[in-house]
Design a binder for this molecule. Structure first.
Ligand code: DAK
Length: 260
């Protein structure tokens, strides 16, 4: 598939999606959201894709936020439409059957931080910077940042970042749980590919159900969530992967999962 603002490469079951507007630090506008939406549609329906990596082109930024030049002249109704488009893309990432790893090299600000938050796992390079600077522009985050950030790092830290607009570096992001791991800039994509390959080698039904269990379970009380987990666990026993995985363990060999 060809896009103006994205690069999509699929290899060995891993789709790498690169936001490709480096001159604007990969800022998000309607065209980018529309392309991301079709790209995610294609990936979601492609069962050969087991894991997705989302990253930004250039050395400086993952995504420096929503495109301020684009937003500057929006009417309230257009702003609402833009916000809903962005939220739809973020939700689609969260609900994509495959796990999504954000490889964050450089700035992840505003909508860029929100995009990383919608992913399942965040790897950051040493030079990564995170923040929700919307208050500096007289607005609040519009792509669910107030919600996902608070759920991930707790309301106290989230409010500090949201109210001050301060940027934090990769080490601090790691310390507060916003980032899973910090690596050298030169190692970022290799680290993401290595993690993706590790996940891609597992039973794919189980991988997808894990993502679903965590995402949906977090919206439930613990009793209901545990019963939900039991249902998904039971579902695994209807798959060839469960039979293969357990047989391989008993027979002391590597499992050969087929994703069914
Ligand atoms: N939008 C558009 N262009 C951007 C941009 C952005 N967010 N960030 C950077 N650029 C452009 C710069 O304008 C510059 O373009 P040229 O001048 O070269 O044409 C180029 O990228 C390089 O940027 P700098 O020259 O500024 O580079 P520096 O290294 O000096 O600074 C920086 C890097 C990331 C610290 C700085 O560029 C910066 O502060 N950028 C803005 C970061 C920011 O404020 N991000 C949050 C954006 S607001 C809502 C919907 C959505 C949102 C909110 C509400 N509703 C509808 C309710 C979301 C809001 C946001 O994400």
């Amino acid at each position: 598939m060809e896009f103006r603002n994205l690069l999509l490469e699929v290899s060995a079951g891993v789709a790498q999606v690169t936001l490709n507007r480096p001159k604007a630090l990969n800022a998000l506008n309607e065209e980018v959201f529309s392309e991301l939406s079709s790209c995610l549609d294609t990936i979601g329906q492609d069962s050969s894709v087991r894991v997705v990596i989302l990253t930004g082109a250039g050395e400086k930024a993952f995504v420096a936020g929503a495109d301020i030049a684009f937003m500057q002249g929006l009417s309230a109704l257009e702003a609402r439409r833009f916000s809903l488009m962005g939220q739809e893309v973020m939700n689609r990432i969260e609900q994509l059957p495959q796990p999504v790893i954000a490889a964050v090299g450089g700035f992840a600000l505003g909508g860029g931080c929100e995009l990383a938050l919608a992913c399942d796992i965040r790897l950051a390079s040493e030079n990564a910077r995170f923040g929700q600077p919307e208050v500096n522009l007289g607005v609040i985050p519009g792509f669910a940042g107030t919600q996902r950030l608070a759920r991930l790092v707790g309301s106290g830290k989230a409010k500090e970042l949201l109210l001050t607009g301060d940027m934090i570096d990769a080490r601090e992001a790691h310390r507060i749980g916003l980032v899973n791991r910090v690596v050298d800039r030169a190692e970022l994509l290799a680290a993401a590919q290595e993690m993706a390959a590790k996940i891609a080698a597992k039973g794919q039904v189980a991988v997808r159900l894990c993502k679903e269990a965590v995402n949906n379970g977090l919206e439930m009380d613990l009793d209901r969530a545990c019963r939900y987990e039991a249902d998904l666990f039971a579902l695994c026993f209807a798959t060839a992967d469960q039979k293969e995985g357990m047989a391989a363990f008993i027979e002391k060999r590597g499992a050969n999962f087929i994703g069914r």
